[in-house]
Design a protein. Structure first.
Length: 167
C-alpha cells in the first residue's frame, strides 16, 4: 500500500509520451497497486501512470460509487469510437478546474490485463470519458489542452500561484 504524490499542471513531465509495457511482471503490478491506492485516496475515478511520475502505458479506472470496480488497462488502445458528447471534466493533476470537453460517446478499447492477457472492453458515458482522458495522459495530453488558450493560461497562473504559496 503506497500513495504516490501526483504531479500538477504545468509540470513538464506530464507532457511525456509514455512507453509501451513489454513485460507484465510483479514490478508492474506493484505500480498498478500503488496507482489504485493513490486514485482511491485522492479520490478520483481514474489515474494514469505519468500522473505519479512513471512513464509506462498503464491506466486505472473505477467509476463505481462504492469504489469496488477496479479496472487496470496496460497498453490501452481505442479500436473503435462512436458519437460525441460534451461533459464536465476535472483532473487530479489540475486541481480545482472543471470544464466542458467533447469526447466520443462510446468507445471500444483493447488492452492487457494485470496478468498480461489481452482483452477488449466497450465503454460509454462516464467510463468512456474517463478512459479517453486517461489515454490522453499517456500521450502527454491534458484536458486543459481542449480549452481556449485564455482559459488554459488562467488555470496555469492560478496553479503556479498556489505552488509558490506552498513553498
Ligand atoms: O477523478 C477524475 N474525475 C474525472 C471527471 C470527469 C472526467 C474525467 C475525470 S478523470 C479524474 C482523475 C484524473 O485526473 N485522471 O487522470
Ligand atoms: Ni487526469
Amino acid at each position: 500500500m503506497a500513495i504516490r504524490p501526483i504531479l500538477h499542471f504545468p509540470d513538464p513531465r506530464l507532457r511525456t509520451l509514455c512507453k509501451p509495457v513489454e513485460q507484465v511482471d510483479d514490478d508492474l503490478r506493484a505500480l498498478i497497486d500503488d496507482m489504485f491506492d493513490t486514485m482511491y485516496d485522492a479520490p478520483g475515478i481514474g489515474l494514469a501512470a505519468p500522473q505519479v511520475g512513471d512513464f509506462r502505458r498503464v491506466i486505472v479506472v473505477d467509476i463505481s460509487e462504492e469504489g469496488n470496480a477496479p479496472l487496470a488497462l496496460i497498453n490501452p488502445e481505442i479500436i473503435g469510437s462512436e458519437g460525441a458528447e460534451i461533459s464536465e471534466e476535472g483532473c487530479l493533476s489540475v486541481p480545482g478546474a472543471y470544464e466542458k470537453v467533447e469526447r466520443a460517446e462510446q468507445i471500444r478499447v483493447k488492452a492487457l490485463d494485470k496478468h498480461g492477457e489481452p482483452f477488449e472492453l466497450e465503454a460509454h458515458g462516464l467510463e468512456a470519458v474517463c478512459i479517453q482522458h486517461e489515454i490522453d495522459h499517456l500521450n502527454g495530453k491534458l484536458f486543459v489542452d481542449y480549452l481556449s488558450g485564455l482559459k488554459r493560461e488562467r488555470i496555469r497562473k492560478k496553479l503556479e500561484k498556489q505552488k509558490r504559496q506552498n513553498m
